[in-house]
Design a protein around this ligand. Structure first.
Ligand code: SAH
Length: 224
């Protein structure tokens, strides 16, 4: 009997096609994501490029996946939920992201807003993320090796800030870098439970809203 082999690398093609991505987007819609702009961008963004090749067949499951350095690429539903919440008050121009990680969240945002500034404390994650931004021609993403607690003061104020790691408090320096009317979205850890919160800077001060329970890797202090 003649042994027939698939050419190297071809096994993944069906699992990373636009059809597979369309099924993920249908699931996100079923799970309550309504903003069609966000869904369209996620339909067009190759999430499999942001994970190791060995995991690419799982890239369109609605789950977080390891990206090395004990970190994860966020679950697609969470990316959609946070992006949708960020856009709900009008499209922000300048957005700061804390926790570049794989770069996927930044890539989604970059297709919806004018400029994305993203900071990551682990240098080893920043390099491949930057290469991907270049490859995908996302030239409006600016990435820096920095501690997210400090933000990016020279680029402030930001219309929106998104923190993609769970913190025990809302970083005051980041609230200070928010433009009037701007919104900050982050997972906040309280009593061992993580809640997605949205802080809005208003004329009277700040308003905080609870958007529900979530699971994130922790926000750590200092550079790795
Ligand atoms: N947005 C990412 C999610 C990555 S997980 C994605 O789409 O893939 C969270 C990331 O936050 C990790 O890479 C972690 O290293 C980073 N992080 C944690 N604390 C940080 C801090 N204080 N400053 C900057 N990055 C931080």
């Amino acid at each position: 009997m003649i042994e027939r082999r698939m050419p190297a690398g071809s096994q993944g093609i069906g699992m990373t096609s636009k059809g597979t991505r369309a099924r993920l987007v249908d699931r996100l819609r079923d799970k309550g994501i309504k903003d069609e702009r966000v869904l369209t961008v996620m339909l067009n963004t190759p999430r499999h490029e942001f994970v190791d090749e060995a995991l690419s067949s799982r890239a369109y499951e609605d789950t977080a996946l390891p990206i090395g350095q004990s970190q994860t690429i966020s679950q697609p539903w969470i990316v959609a939920r946070m992006t949708e919440a960020l856009l709900a008050g009008g499209t922000p121009g300048k957005v700061l992201e804390v926790g570049t990680g794989s770069g996927y969240q930044a890539a989604v945002l970059a297709q919806l807003v004018k400029d994305v500034f993203t900071v990551e404390r682990i240098k080893e994650l920043l390099r491949p993320a930057r290469q991907l931004f270049h490859k995908l021609r996302l030239h409006n993403i600016h990435a820096k090796h920095a501690d997210g607690h400090i933000g990016w003061p020279s680029q402030a104020p930001f219309d929106a800030i998104i923190i993609t790691a769970a913190g025990r408090m809302i970083p005051p320096d980041l609230v200070a870098q928010l433009a009037p009317g701007g919104r900050l979205i982050m997972p906040l850890e309280e009593k061992g439970e993580q809640r997605l919160i949205m802080l809005q800077r208003t004329e009277e001060g700040e308003e905080v809203q609870d958007l529900g329970g979530v699971v994130f890797v922790p926000m750590l202090g200092g550079l790795a």
